[in-house]
Design a protein around this ligand. Sequence first.
Ligand SMILES: *Cc1c(COP(=O)(O)O)cnc(C)c1O
Length: 416
Amino acid sequence: MSHFDYRDSELCCEQVSLRALATVVGTPAYVYSKAALLEGLAGYHRAFRDVPHVVCYSVKANSNLGVMSVLAKAGAGADIVSGGELYRALRAGISPKKIIFSGVGKSRDEMREALKAEILMFNVESRSELRVLDEVALEMGVRAPIALRVNPDVDPQTHPYIATGLKTSKFGIPHDEALAAYEDAAKMRGLEVVGADMHIGSQLTKATPVADAVARVVALVKALRERAIEIRMIDIGGGLGIRYRDETPPTHEEYATVLLPALREAGVTVLLEPGRSIAGNAGILLTRVLYRKDTGAKKFVVIDAAMNDLIRPSLYGAFHDILPVDEAGRARARETVDVVGPICESGDFLAKDRELAHVEQDDLLALMSAGAYGFAMASNYNTRPRAAEVLVDGNRYTIVRRRETYEDLVAGETPL
Ligand SMILES: *Cc1c(COP(=O)(O)O)cnc(C)c1O
């Protein structure tokens, strides 16, 4: 069941009216459903219940402390890609023993912070990173638990900006170099080889590329065992897609069914790094129509949210469904419009050539499926305060991030 639905002719998040919320917190505002977040996480726990596993929520998808603490309380770990995300994960109450550190460019400082926190595992992405992590761990007198992120060279059949497992991608260690890199790592005294890692891309709508990649990683794990390098954990990455429009991504069960045979046989703890599939459809961006404008050639709907709030349409040509908060609006005549924000860039659009039921000035709209890579990618471009974030739980809500003020925007700057 969707947690964003019409009740008494008004679009609601769970039992809270978005119109009422707009009155209290203003617009634009991100609104998240706690129940939807928990369902996304529980889907993984259920599907992988027969194997030892940890769901390490990908913090970059939505790193709000309110969102993360809800997931932490439900048993989630975290997949982090920076020291900042480590800080957030710990502040949200995620156990360091469930934190894995991914990313191609970890600094020595970030390595030290993660070693100090005693995280579960580092996903190392190059041989130079192996050497640096070894040095840092030795300086601290500890051993860093590591996996190598193997680039399995499979085509995930997704948008090129979010495909990461191809040979031409900056991510991971090429599959054919992985054995040698593991043998190097096994000799380094500052490292302890514990896992193997992959992540082939995002918004995957088919499980087969993931299954192909898992098969390659499992074969590697077997080859490593023959060389007395014992792998206890396989991290299969994140990337499961969601429905933005008419996509039909695999369900958690379908995903697990395809992947589990090989993983079970490998006898490992399975680590997962889902982001979008937990947060994406658990959030919307609530916005108000400022103006309508007709240039003769085109009709524009100018809203108070912009590419600084939600960059996915501008960056990837992504589709976000747009619903009127007032259900009566759905019955109005349809027309083709561009939905644009106030930012001074032609690339500032939330929808292009979209057929929508006619909207009027001051109407409230919901940009759907905005819970992942929405606020997390927001900026202050055009000196726009970032939107408020609200977490709904049943008939109650909490402002989990207040709207930024102008003062926030200049904090840390020095006029001369
Ligand atoms: C972005 C990312 C994820 C999460 O991807 P989703 O598509 O949001 O599930 C997981 N692992 C790594 C290494 C990533 O970079």
